[in-house]
Design a protein around this ligand. Structure first.
Ligand SMILES: [Zn+2]
Length: 346
């Protein structure tokens, strides 16, 4: 038996904790070389061809030898990888498969290319759980299933976001909730590109948003994961994780998990639809929503016939600009309480 020791990043530590917690089911260990190939080329793994979109490996710059690898995080021995194997990959090919582009101006691509070309696989023995960024509101799938059961929820909608919830998304959640027992508001907390809104600020905005939902029909819990900004493939990842939390339905909006103009408006919805038969969670696809001044309420292209000039809608860039210049953000776009929190923290 040979032994080696390596230091891991907080993202590696989070990944192995998520695997052990069952958040990445059917993934139970670091991705083998065989599964690596089928995952990047077809989002499938193992003998059963289970759906899974991202290889789960610890990346290193060089080959790590030894059958047992001790993992250290901030000088603590947090886990050991048993029966390990280290294989080299063609990172450019992988990036192309995952992101559909090799353009380094894509924030996910740039990060991925810097992650190392050697992949460590093997069984995980975890000794310490990862300390979550927002403690007390990050649950394991076992815990969420228990929470949903206690509420008596059977039809449960999962909602992913990396932004504060403005009126448009609040509306989509409410539309879904009209036909469900409960909604699991499950914002992502983990690595994000620098101009996304920080977790601590978002946390305050979500608490504000919850005031607009019946207490017994909406609950907040964080999704401990980095963003990939991989659009369609990431929508699949987001859906599978919510299935593992016990959700029965998952909202995929326009340009889900996209960035810049890298993915088409409906690409994520169409991509996830291809897997829906054996995904184990139903996908709710939505159009952009907005306030219409003639309808006098929230609406979408599916429900409102009026022109563009009647729609109150701001882009993320425009919201940022108005916050920076202390300009008004209309109540029809975002709740005053949410705007106040964003203004105070910008
Ligand atoms: Zn209208």
């Amino acid at each position: 038996m040979s032994l080696n020791k390596i230091n891991i990043t907080s993202e590696d530590f989070l990944m192995i904790s998520n695997i052990v917690d069952g958040l990445y089911h059917p993934v139970t260990k670091l991705t083998s070389e065989n599964d690596y190939k089928t995952i990047i080329e077809s989002c499938r793994m193992g003998e059963n061809r289970d759906i899974w979109p991202f290889p789960m490996n610890i990346r290193t710059e060089g080959k790590i030898t030894g059958s047992d690898i001790e993992l250290y995080f901030e000088e603590n021995h947090v886990a050991t990888i048993r029966n390990s194997n280290c294989f080299e990959v063609n990172i450019d090919y992988e990036v192309h498969c995952i992101f559909g582009t090799n353009d380094k101006s894509h924030p996910g691509v740039e990060k991925y290319l810097n992650s190392g070309t050697w992949c460590l696989s093997g069984d995980i023995e975890l000794y310490k759980p990862f300390k979550h960024l927002i403690p007390g509101r990050t649950f394991t799938p076992k815990e969420t299933k228990l929470i949903f059961k206690e509420w008596g929820w059977e039809k449960i909608v999962g909602f992913q976001t990396r932004n504060p919830i403005h009126r448009a998304h609040e509306y989509l959640i409410k539309c879904s909730l009209e036909n469900a027992d409960g909604v699991f508001i499950n914002p992502l907390v983990g690595w994000q590109k620098a101009d996304d809104i920080p977790h601590a600020t978002r946390h305050l905005t979500y608490q504000e948003t919850l005031k607009y939902f019946p207490e017994e029909r909406a609950t907040l819990g964080y999704f401990p994961s980095k963003m990939f900004y991989a659009g369609p493939r990431e929508a699949l990842y987001h859906a599978i994780c919510r299935r593992n939390y016990g959700c029965t339905h998952f909202i995929v909006g326009r340009d889900h998990a996209g960035v810049g103009g890298f993915y088409g408006t409906y690409e994520a919805q169409e991509f996830v639809s291809k897997f829906e038969e054996d995904l184990g969670i139903e996908i709710l696809k939505y159009e952009h929503a907005f306030w219409c001044t003639i309808c006098g309420g929230m609406a979408s292209g599916k429900t409102c016939p009026h022109g563009k000039e009647e729609k109150v809608f701001l882009s993320g860039t425009e919201v940022r600009r108005r916050l920076e210049n202390d300009e008004e953000i209309p109540e029809e776009f975002s709740r005053h309480g949410v705007v106040k929190i964003l203004r105070e923290s910008s």
